[in-house]
Design a protein around this ligand. Structure first.
Ligand code: MLT
Length: 323
């Protein structure tokens, strides 16, 4: 009996090892939980190409939208942990969502095998070009007096634009009308067309339009100005020091990957972020490339745990204070 068990175990381990050795044998799906063209999609496509080169199989982007990104992340979390489904999550789906999204079907800190941080994405307060205020102070005054007549775009409860927008509204005491989109890519189109008034969004989505003058940027919510947007003041310079917030995008897999498969994905992302073209693109768009200490699965797991712990009380009190 023992002999048969040993043979069975050895053949299982051999098969397991063989699977990992030949991984990947077919294209890998990277679920992006927001609409194409938005910041999450942009970061995903920047890293997917060099990852494909390293892995020898195409990393194919699949946009699965809705519910502030939780539809796509839930679906990806329930996929087989075989390395053929990964996802691009972020500070919203894996940090803010538990505080704001009732009945979340995954636990950011337990339902995934973290692969690694892909990019830091500072938050910018942007408005339609026709917005009359010339500075953040004037914009906030108009926002408070305008009340519900002002429309604020976001990508669904718990998304980055929603959570950072709710925080902004709470700090300044504004009550705009929230307008939901399947991503801030489509929201930006409406902002450029003047169909929606403002939003708080990730720099990698809005930097080209700010530079091109098709939308207004009142401030960036980081301690220092962005080298990509040198004329945009920080929130501190603009008189709103309490509003300092930055987002991030990161690659996850469903929980339970074979160890060697996970190692290959971690190495592929690491190589992608060292690819000169990918690094340049992220930096050009105002994003930041992870420092060594921020890279890899262990650092990402700790980041998720910190972010959930940080955002839950902040957002719950923001909503309570400004229902
Ligand atoms: C997007 O990719 O559309 C954004 O990440 C949505 C959001 O989280 O605001």
């Amino acid at each position: 009996m023992r002999r048969a068990f040993a043979i069975g175990l050895l053949s299982a381990l051999a098969a397991f090892g063989a699977a990992a050795d030949t991984y990947p044998q077919r294209p890998i799906t990277m679920v992006v939980p927001f609409a194409a063209g938005g910041p999450t999609d942009v970061i995903a496509r920047i890293v997917a190409e060099p990852m494909s080169q390293v892995l020898g199989q195409q990393v194919v982007i699949e946009n699965v939208t809705g519910a502030g990104g939780t539809t796509g992340i839930t679906r990806a979390s329930q996929a087989s942990p075989d390395g053929y489904t990964i996802m691009m999550g972020h500070m919203g789906t894996h940090g803010a969502a538990p505080a704001l999204f009732k009945g979340l079907k995954y636990d950011p800190a337990k339902s995934f095998d973290p692969i690694g941080l892909a990019a830091g994405t500072p938050i910018v307060i942007v408005a339609k070009k026709a917005m009359p205020a010339q500075d953040l102070k004037g914009f906030i005054e108009g926002l408070k007096s305008g009340g519900a007549s002002i429309n604020q775009a976001h990508a669904g409860v718990g998304s980055v634009s929603h959570s950072t927008g709710v925080l902004f509204d709470s700090i300044v005491g504004a009550k705009p009308t929230l307008v939901v989109y399947r991503g801030t890519g489509p929201a930006l189109n409406d902002l450029m067309a003047g169909q929606v008034d403002f939003m708080t969004d990730q720099i990698v989505n809005v930097a080209p339009q700010i530079a091109g003058g098709t939308i207004k940027a009142y401030a960036i919510a980081t301690p220092e100005r962005s080298p990509s947007l040198p004329d945009v003041p920080t929130t501190k310079e603009a008189g709103l020091p309490d509003y300092e917030v930055s987002a991030w995008n990161a690659v996850f897999a469903p929980k339970g990957l074979p160890v060697d498969v996970r190692a290959k994905l971690v190495a592929a992302l690491d190589a992608a972020l060292k690819d000169p073209g990918a690094k340049r693109r992220i930096l050009e768009l105002g994003g930041t490339v992870p420092k060594d200490a921020e890279a890899g699965p262990d650092a990402l797991q700790k980041l998720v745990e910190r972010e959930v712990a940080r955002w839950t009380p902040v957002l719950r009190s923001a909503v309570d204070a400004n229902p």
